[in-house]
Design a protein around this ligand. Structure first.
Ligand code: ATP
Ligand code: MG
Length: 230
């Protein structure tokens, strides 16, 4: 799967929610369909989104993908596993005192105490929580693996937002724990060498890369012609 998301003028943080008939929302539905095709053979319940470099659009894509999946009637959980630069709480305008780090470090805390309901039916969010000193260790822990299993019991699909894969090991750690990885490439930011390096890092942990999303792609005016309502 290789799909494209165009550049928008406005901040596209939750565009699938605010403009469901826009070109971008349509592009997210195409990505959803493609992911669902990848699910035919292997059951994909846990997906993560990463990129080579910072700022590629991982958080934007994971949030909008989560909305798009939930809009189809699935019970979806979006988890902010980017404990370096968490943004999910900002996107969904939620407090961030408690989150993934709370579930990983405190006893007797349940998912239902930490997961936030969102205005989108079926979509739940777990923010990062307080930024810990040791994110990669926390993500690599057995507790994290157990937690992922617990998420799977409650939700149809779990989407993890993660840091870029080159700078820190967090995304690599997560890739070894989830069923599928979506790789975001931003033409303006990523170069060939970095994408190659990312591919090696993902192969090292036997990540199942289910697709690449090219973000901020300029579409020709012809392409707009096929869509209405934007
Ligand atoms: N298709 C797009 N068109 C216009 N702006 C975009 C698009 N995708 C993302 N952006 C903007 O680019 C910035 C970076 O996006 P985002 O936060 O999703 O990237 P990220 O990969 O999660 O970054 P980080 O590595 O810092 O976590 C944000 O301000 C976002 O609104
Ligand atoms: Mg981000």
């Amino acid at each position: 799967m290789a799909k494209k998301i165009k550049t928008t003028e406005e901040r596209p943080s939750l565009i699938t929610l605010t403009k469901p008939s826009s070109v971008i929302a349509e592009q997210f539905r195409t990505i959803r369909t493609n992911i669902q095709f990848s699910m035919v053979d292997a059951e994909l319940k846990t997906i993560m989104v990463t990129s080579a470099a910072p700022g590629a659009g991982k958080s934007t894509i994971s949030a909008n993908l989560a909305v798009t999946m939930a809009m189809q009637g699935k019970r979806v959980l979006l988890v902010d596993a980017d404990m370096r630069k968490p943004t999910v709480h900002k996107t969904f305008k939620l407090p961030n005192q408690n989150g993934l780090t709370t579930l990983l470090t405190e006893k007797d805390v349940e998912i239902k105490d930490i997961a936030h309901r969102t205005p989108t039916e079926g979509l739940y969010v777990i923010t990062s929580g307080v930024i810990p000193p040791n994110p990669s260790e926390l993500l690599a822990s057995n507790r994290m693996s157990t937690l992922i299993k617990e998420f799977e019991e409650v939700f149809d699909l779990i989407i993890f937002d993660t840091p870029p894969i080159i700078a820190v090991t967090d995304a690599q750690v997560m890739a070894s724990k989830v069923d599928g990885t979506v790789f975001v490439i931003n033409k303006g930011v990523a170069n060939k060498e970095m994408v190659k390096k990312s591919k090696e890092l993902l192969e090292m942990v036997k990540a199942n890369v289910i697709g690449a999303v090219f973000n901020r792609v300029e579409l020709s005016p012809d392409t707009y012609y096929h869509y209405y309502g934007e």
